[in-house]
Design a protein around this ligand. Structure first.
Ligand SMILES: Nc1ncnc2c1ncn2[C@@H]1O[C@H](COP(=O)(O)OP(=O)(O)O)[C@@H](O)[C@H]1O
Ligand SMILES: [Mg+2]
Length: 238
């Protein structure tokens, strides 16, 4: 199977702090990869590196076969991204923002595509509300829609399900599982273990910037090891 993401000796430092230091990481087509780790362990920094939003201090990675050093713009063009904390521009309505993203991404049938997302995530009634006045959950829905509207083959989603109500969470989880079944790939960062256990095909555990475990979720389940126990044990040992 084909490697969609390939990391080799990727380092990001902020002053004296080494936020990310990944020797090797490979993610294949069709994986729903969950990157798990405590607060401050380097998940968001890893997502930013792999989506070409920040430059590594050392090393390189290939995403969809493209070097993050050589062509970060191409990577951002191709992939879908739900950033951890960024908000859509306060001065646009939900609908204007989604149209804007669709325009930048040069999509056809923009009206229809936006319509489908408003319907799917059940926020048609919020389309004319300014982004700054949307609830956190609705803003999260909008960020989800903007990440997937161009039908990417790879999406990076950083803590995407917090703030969503259970009904929408269910829909989104099913969407993600279906997305990888159809050949897409997801890089999903979270510290919510239950979600990872439920939907991910593979998990990685990151601590102090280092990947201390990567393996299929099936392995854990076969060994009847609860992800929580496994996670705490590994992070304590590291
Ligand atoms: N721009 C930055 N400047 C300085 N330190 C940063 C910056 N971004 C992240 N860090 C630090 O890097 C570490 C990893 O952060 P982050 O990747 O956000 O962790 P996580 O997403 O796992 O919670 C933390 O110690 C954080 O404080
Ligand atoms: Mg984070």
């Amino acid at each position: 199977m084909e490697n969609i993401i390939e990391v080799r000796n990727l380092v990001k430092k902020f002053g004296d702090l080494t936020a990310v230091n990944i020797d090797s990481l490979k993610i294949r087509r069709g994986e729903l990869f969950g990157l798990l780790g405590p607060n401050g362990s380097g998940k968001t920094t890893t997502v930013k590196l792999l989506t070409g939003q920040i430059r590594p201090t050392k090393g390189d990675a290939k995403v969809l076969g493209i070097s993050i050093l050589k062509d970060p713009i191409k990577i951002r063009e191709l992939v879908g991204i739900i950033p951890e904390q960024e908000n859509p521009p306060s001065f646009l309505t939900a609908e204007e923002y989604l149209y804007f993203v669709a325009k930048i991404r040069k999509l056809d049938n923009i009206r229809k595509k936006c319509e489908e997302w408003f319907k799917f995530l059940e926020f048609e009634d919020q389309r004319d509300v300014l982004c700054k006045d949307l609830s956190r959950g609705t803003r999260q829905k909008l960020m989800f829609a903007q990440a997937f509207i161009h039908e990417p083959t790879l999406a990076f989603i950083d803590e995407p399900l917090i703030n969503l109500d259970p009904i929408i969470q269910r829909k989104v989880k099913d969407y993600l599982m279906e997305f990888v079944k159809k050949g897409g790939t997801i890089f999903f960062s979270t510290h919510v273990l239950e979600i990872a256990e439920e939907i991910c095909t593979t998990i990685g555990i990151i601590d102090k910037g280092k990947i201390i475990y990567k393996g299929p979720i099936k392995e854990l389940k076969k060994r009847r090891q609860h992800l929580e126990q496994f996670f705490i044990k590994l992070v304590k040992e590291s």
